[in-house]
Design a protein around this ligand. Structure first.
Ligand code: C2E
Ligand code: MG
Ligand code: MG
Length: 437
């Protein structure tokens, strides 16, 4: 009896009481050794829950663990008794399917597992859906050892994640090439910093009523040897390492430098918003901003910092302190991508933000999509009650603009008004008449 218990504990994940990595490695070793005798095809799948981190950050680990356990039960119910579902740690499960017959079966299975993850999980009256990314390696074609199978399933999983999540990918040898590129991307970013290859583009933000420009968002671009690269292609990677700290610091300094340059040539810019990453949001940020303002002789009220809800999750007390310190300096804060995280509305009133930015995700469907409309409407009404300004992102059409205007949104930004532009072009199109000598 006692021995069984010990074996059980050794094979369980301490936090979630799910079968763990040790068990998985054990099963894999069995497959590899008996596979040589049986001549069968097995599949190993790395299942990454794309949004679990977000849930943990915003709802706490108890909720995250409950969601994990529920997903585990569902995944377990999808596979045969002889198959294995284990937790690899963090937000990752591994499925080991023995003797699947044909590789296509693995695809059918992966789709079913994805569906189970997508179906929402209810915890404390709230529902969470967890899109997943699945990477599949097949035994024996993709590797005859435990190490290789794991490595290749992991590579395939990264590939699925990069391709937009919520999908599965089989391993292919070309993916190894991509993995190498990922490593070298980091080296290239270091180089980009050193050789000053980053630029800030500026996207105007307009008052919905008067159509006057009330601000601009600074958006980073990488002027690489291969052409201009958008932040979606490199910021997530930079965020995985400490590089984002340097890149973020560069952006704050560059925005201040540009404001000063414009001021010198007689252009009085509206406030300019700079995006912050989670990892930048520590006590150091205050000194970084102070330095950038002082060095460039720029007034604090010309700078706005865009934060996101996830920054407030880890240590809300510390985050709120930092926010108040920035506000005391005269910096405005706005809450970016509102509605995409699992917002804790009761927290909102503790944050000294001035503006809520409604994410493009909810603007796209306007005016037809009832869900989007309800979300935008409620956001606007919450903002009104809390005395916050609202700005909608991603306004692409006249219909979007009209719908947002009639719903009472204060300001907007989007391709309808202007794409993000390099400084010279902003100057030409938006400041031409103001600039005098
Ligand atoms: P974000 O802060 O939500 O910025 C808005 C994004 O929406 C920008 O993409 C902008 O070009 C795009 N956009 C604006 N209007 C429209 C529209 O009408 N239609 C469509 N389809 N898109 C529109 P971009 O420049 O690719 O930036 C993507 C994200 O990268 C930003 O999202 C922000 O989270 C991040 N980012 C950009 N610059 C920086 C930076 O300096 N530091 C950090 N940490 N993140 C940055
Ligand atoms: Mg932003
Ligand atoms: Mg945004």
């Amino acid at each position: 009896m006692r021995e069984t218990k010990i074996i059980e504990i050794a094979h369980q994940d301490a936090l979630t009481v799910l079968p763990n990595r040790a068990l998985m490695l054990d099963r894999l070793a069995q497959i590899v050794s008996s596979g040589q005798r049986h001549d069968w095809v097995a599949a190993i799948m790395f299942i990454n829950l794309d949004r679990l981190k977000n849930i943990n950050d915003t709802q706490g680990h108890n909720v995250g663990d409950t969601v994990l356990r529920e997903i585990f039960i569902r995944l377990r119910a999808c596979v045969r008794q002889s198959d294995t579902i284990a937790r690899q740690g963090g937000d990752e499960f591994v499925a080991i399917l023995t003797d699947i017959g044909a590789p296509e079966k693995a695809a059918v299975m992966a789709e079913r597992l994805l569906q189970e993850c997508r179906r929402s999980v209810e915890v404390n009256g709230r529902s969470f859906a967890l899109p997943a990314s699945i990477g599949i390696a097949l035994y024996p074609t993709d590797g005859a050892t435990v190490d290789l199978l794991m490595k290749h399933a992991d590579t395939a999983m990264y590939h699925a994640k990069n391709e937009g999540k919520n999908q599965f990918h089989f391993f292919s040898p070309q993916m190894n090439l991509r993995a190498v590129q990922r490593v070298s991307l980091e080296a290239q970013l270091v180089r980009a910093l050193r050789f000053n290859q980053f630029m800030l583009y500026y996207q105007p933000q307009l008052d919905m009523k008067t159509h006057r420009m009330i601000g601009m968002e600074a958006l980073i671009r990488w002027d690489s040897d291969a052409g201009v690269i958008l932040p979606g292609q490199f910021i997530p990677m930079a965020e995985e390492s400490s590089l984002i700290i340097q890149i973020g610091e560069w952006a704050i300094h560059e925005a201040c430098r540009q404001i000063a340059e414009w001021n010198r040539s007689g252009i009085h810019t509206p406030k300019i918003g700079v995006n912050l990453s989670c990892r930048q949001f520590s006590g150091d940020i205050v000194a970084v901003v102070e330095d950038a303002l002082r060095e460039n002789n720029v007034l604090a009220h010309t700078l706005e910092l865009e934060i996101t809800e996830s920054m407030l999750a880890k240590d809300p007390t510390e985050a709120i302190l930092i926010m108040h310190e920035l506000c005391r300096m005269g910096i405005e804060l706005s809450l970016d991508d509102f509605g995409t995280g699992y917002s804790n509305l009761s927290n909102l009133k503790k944050f000294p933000v001035k503006t809520i930015k409604i994410d493009r995700e909810f603007v796209t469907g306007l005016p037809e999509d009832e869900n989007d409309k309800v979300i935008v409407q409620s956001t606007l009404s919450i903002a009104r009650q809390m005395n916050l300004k609202t700005l909608a992102e991603g306004i692409e059409t006249e219909e979007h603009r009209r719908a947002l205007y009639s719903l009472g949104c204060d300001a907007g930004q989007g391709f309808l008004f202007s794409r993000p532009l390099p400084p010279a072009e902003v100057e030409c199109r938006f400041f031409k008449t103001v600039a005098v000598g």
